[in-house]
Design a protein around this ligand. Structure first.
Ligand code: FE
Ligand code: FE
Length: 194
């Protein structure tokens, strides 16, 4: 990303996010760049997708839902009942329709950064993992996740999906079908490899 674009998008999220979320987004962007270099991803796209992944996070549920409805995105039953997922769906719409970023891979990296999905691209995985391993993260288990991210992206996905599903089951909250599909894809591929 050139300096002008970096400045534009950084300023853009600065105006839309809390201090905490802004810092998080910059850190996810940095971590996504690091992972892109390590795993042969597109560094520029990783930087931008990381910066924008939570662009709608602090917008409020009403604004998120309004954007989702405005562009005719239908929410499934799990999504309707999980407002935490709306920022990713609204974020993808925002990136595509408001910021007019036409790159599908960037839009999808924002869209699937919370649920994951089967058949994720390299960029989608990079952003998904960077969101777990960014510098300011300090949840219980983050060190294990950072280690996994340095072993391989596949192994990090395995750890992150298992971690996410466990946490939701622990809370007795619904799990998105895309998350199950991502999880099953990885675990079955691993089994078939022996
Ligand atoms: Fe998020
Ligand atoms: Fe995030």
């Amino acid at each position: 990303m050139n300096d002008k674009d970096r400045e534009f998008y950084t300023q853009h999220i600065r105006e839309r996010l809390s201090d905490y979320r802004f810092k998080h987004s910059v850190n996810v962007s940095k971590e996504a760049v690091r992972l892109a270099i390590k795993y042969g991803g597109d560094v520029e796209k990783a930087e931008l997708a990381g910066l924008l992944h939570d662009v709608m996070k602090d917008a409020g549920k009403k604004e998120q839902l309004a954007l989702i409805e405005k562009y005719g995105v239908r929410l499934n039953e799990v999504e309707q009942n999980a407002p935490k997922l709306w920022h990713a769906i609204a974020g993808a719409v925002y990136v595509r329709k408001v910021l007019k970023i036409r790159d599908k891979d960037i839009v999808n990296a924002v869209r699937y950064h919370t649920t994951a999905r089967a058949g994720m691209s390299l960029l989608e995985k990079i952003v998904y993992i960077a969101d777990y391993t960014s510098e300011e993260r300090d949840y219980k288990g983050v060190e294990k996740m950072r280690k996994a991210a340095n072993v391989s992206l596949e192994y990090a996905m395995e750890e992150a999906l298992a971690f996410g599903i466990e946490a939701r089951a622990e809370d007795h909250t619904a799990i998105h079908p895309d998350t199950f599909e991502a999880y099953n894809e990885i675990m079955l591929a691993k089994k078939n490899k022996g």
